[in-house]
Design a protein around this ligand. Structure first.
Ligand code: XMP
Length: 181
């Protein structure tokens, strides 16, 4: 499977190290929030599952996890086709401190959609965290409080990110060889 990669952008040590510093930053900010509301992490399926699993184990705060699905890359498409939120949130977000966690910020459509949907539910605070942000104007213009790595505008797989639902289990993040796409 690793042989299908053209280039490795980040190996597992680099990913773990960055998640460590990101978690410290998030944790510090969570500690500064007023004590009045619960912390709820909203993880965007399926791409963020590995990231969120590693991230939350470095957050010592008491928190809840909710899962939402956003469909934006059906099947083998590698260009954004618009996003649709399938909400799996169980319960109210009113007065809670919400942190959206996603794998990658590309066009910004997904994050903008989730932020708009969740802000309608009157959370006490609403922030977002992505592991990767593509260096393209629409991604850079999208509000996102925590960013793991900025990457070039290329299609990447691994560490939760897929092509046709494959490669999510790669422990590294990289680009695919052209002949396998
Ligand atoms: P938007 O364009 O809405 O995209 O910011 C966010 C979602 O699109 C998927 N995505 C990718 N998936 N490699 C992937 O495997 C990529 O390079 C890529 N770019 C976007 C992903 O599901 C993300 O949450």
């Amino acid at each position: 499977m690793k042989a299908d990669l053209d280039k490795i952008l980040f190996d597992s040590d680099q990913i773990a190290a960055r998640i460590g510093t990101l978690a410290q930053e998030i944790s510090r900010d969570l500690d500064e929030l007023p004590d009045d509301g619960e912390i709820v992490l909203v993880s965007v399926l399926t791409g963020s599952v590995i990231f969120v699993a590693d991230l939350i184990r470095q957050l010592p705060q008491k928190l809840r996890i909710e899962l939402v699905t956003v469909k934006s890359y059906p099947g083998q498409a590698t260009a954004s086709q618009g996003a649709q939120l399938i909400d799996g949130i169980d319960g109210s977000l009113e007065g809670k401190h919400v942190l959206i966690v996603d794998d990658i910020l590309d066009s910004g459509g997904t994050l903008n959609l989730i932020r708009a949907e969740l802000s309608r539910r009157n959370p006490a605070s609403l922030r977002a965290c992505v592991l990767l942000r593509k260096q393209r104007p629409s991604a850079m213009a999208t509000t996102c409080e925590y960013i793991g790595f900025d990457i070039p505008d290329v299609f990447v797989v691994g560490y939760g990110l897929d092509f046709d639902n494959y490669y999510r289990n790669l422990p590294v993040i990289g680009t695919l060889r052209e002949d396998v796409m």
